[in-house]
Design a protein around this ligand. Structure first.
Ligand code: SF4
Length: 306
C-alpha cells in the first residue's frame, strides 16, 4: 500500500491516519482479507504511463479495468488494443447494460406532470437527454455503475486496492474526497510525474492516439456537452463524422446541448469564424459577437448571447 497516503491503521477502532495527518475510516475486516490490485485504466496518457510504470517497477497487478462508455474517440479504442498487445496482459472491459443512446433517448424516466420540467418541455417520460453540469447521469450510468458491479463481488473476498492515474500536478483531483479514500493509490503523484511527463513518456513509447492530444488538452467522451468551446471547435474541424452524429442527437433530444448554444448554432458560429479568419478578422470582441448574433438570426437558428 502507498505509505504516503495510508500511514497507520488501527483495526480495534476502524480509524487510520494518512501521512497528511488526516483521519480516515475503514472496515477492519478488510485488513484480514488479501489485497486485490486493480489498475483503473481510462486509456489516456496518464493511466497508460501509470500502467507501464507499475509494470516496469514490478508492482502487483491483478486486474486492469477499463469502463467502456462506447463514446471514446476511435483512436482511443485503437490505443487500447495496442496497449493490450504491448503489455501482454488482458484488459478487462466493463460496460453498462445499454448503449449511451438508449439512456439518452429511450430509458423510462418518471417526471411529475406539474413540474417545472413539464411546464418547460411538456410531458416527456423517456430519455435523460444531454448531461449538464449538475446532472452528469452518464458518469454514474456508464462508468461508476458497471465498475461497481464488477468490483462488488470481489470485495467479499478481497480488499480492493485501486490504482488511479492522477498526475502530480493535478492537486485539485487528489483533493477530491473519493480520491482520498484509503484504498486509492496514486502512483503518478508518488513518482512526481506531471501530465506533461506522462504524455512525453507515452510518446517516447510510440503511443500517439492519432494526434488527439495535439488537438485536445483533455480527452474524454467525444460528445460531452461539458467540453470547452475550444474543444468543440476542434471536434467540428477534425471529426466531421462525429460532429454529424452530435447534430443528429441534438435534434432528437429535449435538452439544449449547452446553455448558450445548440449544436446547430455552434456549427454556424464555427463556420462564421472560418469566414472571418479567411478575411483576417478577429473571432472575438464586440464586433464579432454582434455580427455572429445577426448571422444566427438571419439563418433562423436563434441567437447566441455569447
Ligand atoms: S465525459 Fe461527459 S459525456 Fe462522458 S461520461 Fe463524463 S459527463 Fe458524460
Amino acid at each position: 500500500m502507498n505509505n504516503k497516503y495510508r500511514f497507520s491503521e488501527d483495526s480495534a477502532t476502524g480509524y487510520g491516519k494518512l501521512s497528511t495527518g488526516e483521519v480516515f475510516c475503514f472496515d477492519p475486516e478488510d485488513l484480514s482479507k488479501p489485497k486485490y490490485h486493480v489498475v483503473s485504466l481510462s486509456d489516456g496518457k496518464d493511466s497508460t504511463a501509470m500502467l507501464h510504470g507499475m509494470i516496469g517497477r514490478g508492482m502487483q497487478i491483478d486486474c486492469i479495468l477499463f469502463c467502456d462508455t462506447g463514446l471514446e474517440f476511435p483512436a482511443m479504442y485503437e490505443h487500447l488494443e495496442k496497449l493490450e498487445r504491448d503489455i501482454g496482459m488482458p484488459i478487462t472491459r466493463v460496460r453498462a447494460k445499454h448503449p449511451y443512446a438508449y439512456y439518452m433517448f429511450e430509458t423510462p424516466v418518471k417526471r411529475k406532470a406539474d413540474s417545472d420540467f413539464a411546464r418547460k418541455y411538456g410531458h416527456i417520460h423517456k430519455g435523460y437527454g444531454w448531461a449538464g453540469p449538475r446532472m452528469r447521469w452518464c458518469t454514474s450510468v456508464l462508468k461508476d455503475n458497471p465498475r461497481e458491479q464488477f468490483l462488488r463481488p470481489l470485495r467479499q473476498n478481497y480488499e480492493i486496492v485501486e490504482y488511479v492515474g492522477i498526475a502530480a500536478d493535478e492537486q485539485y483531483r487528489l483533493e477530491r474526497p473519493r480520491n482520498k479514500r484509503a484504498n486509492h493509490v496514486h502512483p503518478l503523484a508518488d513518482w512526481g510525474m506531471t501530465e506533461a511527463d506522462c504524455l512525453q513518456y507515452c510518446y517516447d513509447r510510440g503511443y500517439d492516439w492519432g494526434g488527439l492530444y495535439e488537438r485536445f488538452k483533455r480527452v474524454s467522451c467525444w460528445c460531452c456537452p461539458l467540453q470547452s468551446l475550444g474543444e468543440l471547435r476542434q471536434l467540428f474541424r477534425f471529426y466531421p463524422e462525429l460532429w454529424a452524429k452530435l447534430k443528429d442527437w441534438d435534434r432528437r433530444t429535449w435538452r439544449n446541448f449547452r446553455a448558450d448554444y445548440s449544436v446547430e448554432q455552434l456549427e454556424a458560429r464555427f463556420l462564421f469564424e472560418e469566414d472571418r479568419q479567411r478575411q483576417g478578422k478577429p473571432i472575438k470582441g464586440k464586433e464579432f459577437h454582434s455580427e455572429l448574433r445577426q448571422r444566427l438570426s438571419v439563418h433562423g437558428i436563434g441567437s447566441s448571447d455569447h
